[in-house]
Structure formats: structure tokens, C-alpha cells
Design a binder for this molecule. Structure first.
Ligand code: FAD
Length: 564
């Protein structure tokens, strides 16, 4: 952004109202930007992003108390859990998006929205610099700046290629609606190309080899969707090449879905095996060229070259460049992800909050806190607790750090450490607290961060909106009410995540779910649960109607295979 460095904030306040001037791109002779905004005595909240975090914040914020301005390059909210369904046309792209301006309209239109990308945050001057990506041929400038009293950064994350050569150039990603639409077209391209006359059998096989790198929930769900699309619809219209189709999932770990309960992970692996989806575990992709994926098999150290027709890269998330720049400004340059405290305040600056995938609540003290809770319960300092006391303490810990529960279940820590039974299988009367703490400390580093999910982002958005809504009330009434206040370090209680479970659709109208209360459910009935949960979670009646309509259409007519 060389021209961006020319962006200059000249003046911010005038008598008639708040004027924000930006002289943009002086070299190319564009005009000085002037943006008139009505004077407001209210504090200004600038929100960056209209994803899960930003939208849930906007929905819950009391807009009568704040002047709210929203900046995002997307003028819509996308229901990301249904993106894999868009790749195969099970659900149409427009069915899972809700225009931001519709959301604003419901809030009596008092929120202002600017379709633009934030390029820089200046925490010292409380300013954000933005640029609209709308067609340059249209009249007017593209750059502008906004001042904020409070800034909410909810810009999500970008794909993470781990600097693997060739990934950016040759792979598809599945983060945005446009990505899903591109994948849908490419799948059809692969089939159309493979039926062209004169191709060798090997060429047809290569074109119809679909590779998914990453065996997490998104990769697995996409593989399952693609399998259904191919075998329920495409093989009927391309019968001559049906035997050449192959779907492969490459996973660097030992199992797919390794953040889920082991039962779900092995159920998924068995189902994929029955369906003929190849799962290559213990393999790390080292580079991708225009026709081949190169990968290293961890167990043998051998390098293997795999020909492909389409690759979807679905491995983790990374930080956006302008967020990295912001991290440098606030002294977080050594960190991988923007850190906030438990009240979602960005560390190292004032009045900036961050939520969702772009930030991580710094829970560095997880083990310290857990030790303190145990110490308080272990009154005689014996290092042991009765089984009953231990379970009570564990419950307290899980309320405060729900991720502990996930790790206890997934790693089977309680059973593995023989906490409740001795070597002969007899029930113990007392639990060895130190042994338990030692087991936990092995997964300590993983427990410090919350998962990058819509659930976390949405809960954080709601939490932050509620804090801002109660700000004045708190100041005018410092003594109470205690239910949302804490004493000492901050006016409000810290953010607490409530894990509501997670789903993994596995194709063939089967799904797996991990639900609260240690309940694991798998199979066809779980798919119906998935349908009802995802229909109920839609952000508007309009999208609910469209999504359910798409599901019904797919049942009756199948998926559409036109390459539009
Ligand atoms: P996002 O929802 O990504 O929103 C980021 C917003 O910031 C967007 O509006 C974007 O346009 C905007 N933005 C980007 N750059 C800028 C900028 N420079 N300036 C201003 N605005 C900017 N989670 C679940 O809990 N359950 C699921 O089933 C699930 N399935 C998923 C399936 C897929 C295919 C994907 C990709 C994700 C899935 N997730 C799921 C994860 C979930 O989507 C994310 O955790 C969630 O979107 C994070 O919310 P967010 O608000 O932080 O970011």
C-alpha cells in the first residue's frame, strides 16, 4: 500500500459537525476527502468487521447510548457453518448471507455502515484509516479516516498456508462465500474436462482426484459434502467417468477430527473408509505445483508426489497483515495472535477491544488459577481431596475454563491417570491432586486459547455489547448490582465462554455431535438435530426460509450442476 502511506489525517473536528479529512493518494492527483458527519455528543464506537463477532455485538448494543459506525469490506453477514454446503450447491450462496443494511434497519437505522477495508489502526490518535474497494471508475475518493472513542476489532482471520510453496497459487480455500462459489465451479470444471474426447484414462483420473488438505471439521465436512454431491448427483450425469473419481483427505496428525471426542473421530474414519474416501494421516504437504502435491510421510520420511484435479487447503487460520502492524504498535510483535485480557481489552493500548478469530483471550494464568482453586479446597495441605470434593472443585474449574472439560474428555485424562481407581480397579477414596495437575499441565499450552469458532466470537460480541450498555449505569451506581459487576481490577465480570457443543456432518445424512453433559451422538438422528439447530441459528426469518427451502429442493430435485 505505497499510496496508503500518503494518507494524511488533516483535521478531525469543526464547528458544524465532525469532519474527517483525508488527503488520499496525492501522487495520482485524487482529491482531498471530506466527509461530513452530524455532530454527536455520544461516544463513538467504531466496529471493524461484520462477521460473527461484529454482528452479535451490533445486535446487542444499546445504540441510543452510542454513535456506532461499522467498517467492513463485506456488506453482508455470512453464516459460515453452511459454507461447505455452498461448495456443492446443497444450499445457495445467497441463502446464507444477510445484508448488513437489513441488520441495521432492524436497529432503527441509527448505525452507519461503510463498505471498506481498514488498512491501519492508529491507537495513539484513536483513528482508523480505511479504503473502499468499490470500483475505482466511480466518482469520488476511496480513502477515509474515522476517529473512535471505542474501537471493536472483529476482523476474523485469514488462511494460513504455513509458507508452504505453491499453496497460494494452486489451492482453493474455504473461508469466504466467494471461495465456496469458486470451488463449486471448479468441481464442475473437473468433471467437464474429464469427459472431453481423447483424454487418457490417467488424465481423467487426475482431473477427478479431489484432495483436501486438513482433517479438521471444515475439511472433513467439505469431503463429506463433495462425496454426496459426486455419488448422489454427478455420477448420474457423467456415468462414463464415475469409476475415476477419488477423494483424499491429507492430515498431518494421527486422526481426523482430533479436537473431537475419540469416538467421533473413529466413527468418521470408519464412515469415510466405507464411503471410499481415502484418509492419509501422518502426512505433511511440503509443496504444491500446478499438477502435483508433494508430501512427506512422517513414519517413513519418504516424499510422495500426488497428481490432483483440485486441492482445497483447510488448515488453520492466520493473522491479517494490518492486525500484525497494530500488534507491533502496541508491543505485541512477538505474539502470533492479538492478545486481550479477560475483558477483551487489547493489551498495550486503551479503548480498543478485540474479539473472535482475530484475537485470543490471554489465559496465561490457567494453571496458576487451577492450582489456587485446588489449594483453597485442600485445607489440610495433604495434596489429596476426597472424590466428592475433587468433583466439586473440578466443576468450579470447568465453569471458569470450559476448555479444561474438552481436554479432559478428549485426552481421557481422568481415566488415563487412574484418578478414581487403583491398579486393581478398586474405587479410590481420595484423589491425588498433584498427579491430576501434572496431567493437566501437559496440555496447558493448548488450554490457554479458546477455539476459533463462531460460538466464541458470537458470545464475545454479546458480552462486550452488554458491558458497554451498562457502562453509564455502573458509573452512576458504583455499589451494585453485583450480578454483572466485579470488584477490583475492572467494573465488569470477565468474559466466560460457555461451550454448547459441536457438530461434524459426515455425509449420507449422518452427523456426529458432541453436546454439553458429556453426550456424544452419531448417525442419522444427529443429522436431523443438525438440521434443526442450524435452521434455528439463522440470523433472520428470510435466510431460515431460504436455507430450509434449499434443503427441501435438494431432496426433491437433487443439486444443480450448471457451471454459472
Ligand atoms: P468472521 O466471521 O470471519 O468476520 C470477519 C469480518 O471482518 C468479515 O465481515 C470481514 O469482511 C471483515 N474484515 C476482514 N478484513 C477487514 C478489514 N481489514 N477491515 C474491516 N473489516 C474486515 N464455527 C462454529 O462455531 N461452528 C461451525 O460449524 C463452523 N463452521 C465453519 C465452516 C467454515 C467453512 C469456516 C470457514 C468457519 C467455520 N466456523 C465455524 C468458524 C467461524 O466461522 C469463525 O470462527 C467465525 O466466523 C469467527 O468470527 P469473527 O467475527 O471473528 O470473524
Amino acid at each position: 500500500h505505497s499510496s496508503y502511506s500518503k494518507l494524511l489525517v488533516l483535521c478531525s473536528v469543526s464547528t458544524g459537525g465532525l469532519l474527517v479529512y483525508a488527503e488520499s493518494n496525492v501522487e495520482s492527483g485524487k482529491q482531498v476527502v471530506e466527509q461530513n458527519q452530524p455532530e454527536s455528543k455520544k461516544k463513538r464506537v467504531v466496529v471493524l468487521g461484520t462477521g460473527w463477532g461484529g454482528t452479535s455485538f451490533l445486535k446487542d448494543l444499546d445504540i441510543s447510548s452510542y454513535d456506532v459506525q461499522v467498517v467492513s469490506p463485506r456488506n453482508y453477514f455470512a453464516f459460515t457453518p453452511l459454507l461447505p454446503s455452498v461448495t456443492c450447491g446443497t444450499v445457495e450462496a445467497r441463502s446464507i448471507v444477510e445484508p448488513v443494511r437489513n441488520i441495521i434497519k432492524k436497529r432503527s437505522g441509527e448505525i452507519q455502515f461503510w463498505e471498506a477495508e481498514c488498512l491501519k489502526i492508529d491507537p495513539e490518535n484513536h483513528t482508523v484509516s480505511c479504503r473502499s474497494g468499490i470500483n475505482d471508475n466511480l466518482a469520488g475518493h476511496n480513502d477515509f479516516s474515522l476517529q473512535y472513542d471505542y474501537l471493536v476489532v472483529a476482523v476474523g482471520a485469514q488462511v494460513n498456508t504455513f509458507n508452504t510453496p505453491g499453496v497460494m497459487e494452486h489451492c482453493h480455500f474455504l473461508k469466504e462465500v466467494e471461495d465456496a462459489q469458486r470451488i463449486r465451479r471448479t468441481v464442475i470444471d473437473c468433471f467437464e474436462k474429464s469427459v472431453i474426447p481423447g483424454l487418457s484414462e490417467e488424465e481423467r483420473r487426475t482431473n477427478l482426484h479431489f484432495v483436501i488438505v486438513g482433517g479438521g471439521p471444515t475439511g472433513v465436512e467439505f469431503a463429506a459434502e463433495l462425496h454426496d454431491y459426486v455419488y448422489e448427483d454427478l455420477v448420474k450425469i457423467y456415468p462414463s467417468v464415475k469409476d475415476f473419481v477419488k477423494i483424499t483427505v491429507i492430515q498431518s496428525g494421527d486422526h481426523i477430527l482430533n479436537t473431537f471426542d475419540e469416538r467421533i473421530s473413529s466413527f468418521a474414519e470408519q464412515k469415510f473408509q466405507r464411503d471410499g474416501i481415502e484418509v492419509s494421516t501422518g502426512c505433511r504437504v511440503t509443496s504444491v505445483s500446478d499438477h502435483f502435491i508433494n508430501m512427506k510421510v512422517k513414519s517413513t520420511g519418504k516424499h510422495v508426489e500426488v497428481p490432483y484435479g483440485m486441492v482445497v487447503w483447510s488448515t488453520g487460520v492466520g493473522t491479517r497483515p494490518f492486525v500484525k502492524d497494530f500488534m507491533e504498535q502496541v508491543g505485541q510483535e512477538k505474539r502470533r495472535i492479538l492478545a486481550t485480557d479477560e475483558w477483551l481489552r487489547v493489551k498495550g493500548c486503551s479503548n480498543v477491544y478485540a474479539l473472535g478469530d482475530c484475537a485470543s483471550v490471554d489465559q496465561r494464568k490457567v494453571m496458576e488459577d487451577i492450582s489456587a482453586i485446588f489449594k483453597a479446597a485442600d485445607k489440610d495441605d495433604s495434596g489429596t481431596l476426597s472424590v466428592e470434593e475433587f468433583r466439586d472443585v473440578l466443576e468450579d474449574i470447568i465453569i471458569r475454563y470450559p476448555q479444561v472439560d474438552l481436554y479432559l474428555k478428549n485426552k481421557h485424562l481422568l481415566e488415563a491417570k487412574d484418578l478414581f481407581r487403583d491398579s486393581e480397579g478398586n474405587e479410590r477414596e481420595e484423589v491425588d491432586v498433584e498427579g491430576f495437575k501434572l496431567a493437566l499441565s501437559h496440555v496447558d499450552s493448548q488450554m490457554k486459547s479458546l477455539p476459533a469458532t463462531a460460538q466464541v466470537a458470537a458470545q464475545q460480541g454479546t458480552y462486550l455489547a452488554r458491558c458497554l450498555n451498562r457502562w453509564d449505569q455502573c458509573k452512576s451506581n458504583p455499589e451494585g448490582p453485583r450480578r454483572f459487576k466485579s470488584s477490583g481490577r475492572h467494573e465488569f465480570l470477565p468474559f466466560e465462554y460457555r461451550h454448547l457443543g459441536q457438530f461434524a456432518p459426515l455425509g449420507g445424512d449422518q452427523a456426529a455431535a458432541e453436546l454439553p453433559g458429556d453426550w456424544v451422538s452419531m448417525g442419522h438422528s444427529t443429522q436431523w438435530l443438525w438440521y434443526s439447530v442450524y435452521a434455528s441459528k439463522q440470523v433472520s426469518w428470510r435466510t431460515r426460509y431460504l436455507v430450509v427451502g434449499d434443503w427441501v429442493r435438494r431432496y426433491i430435485f437433487g443439486r444443480d450442476s450448471s457451471r454459472i
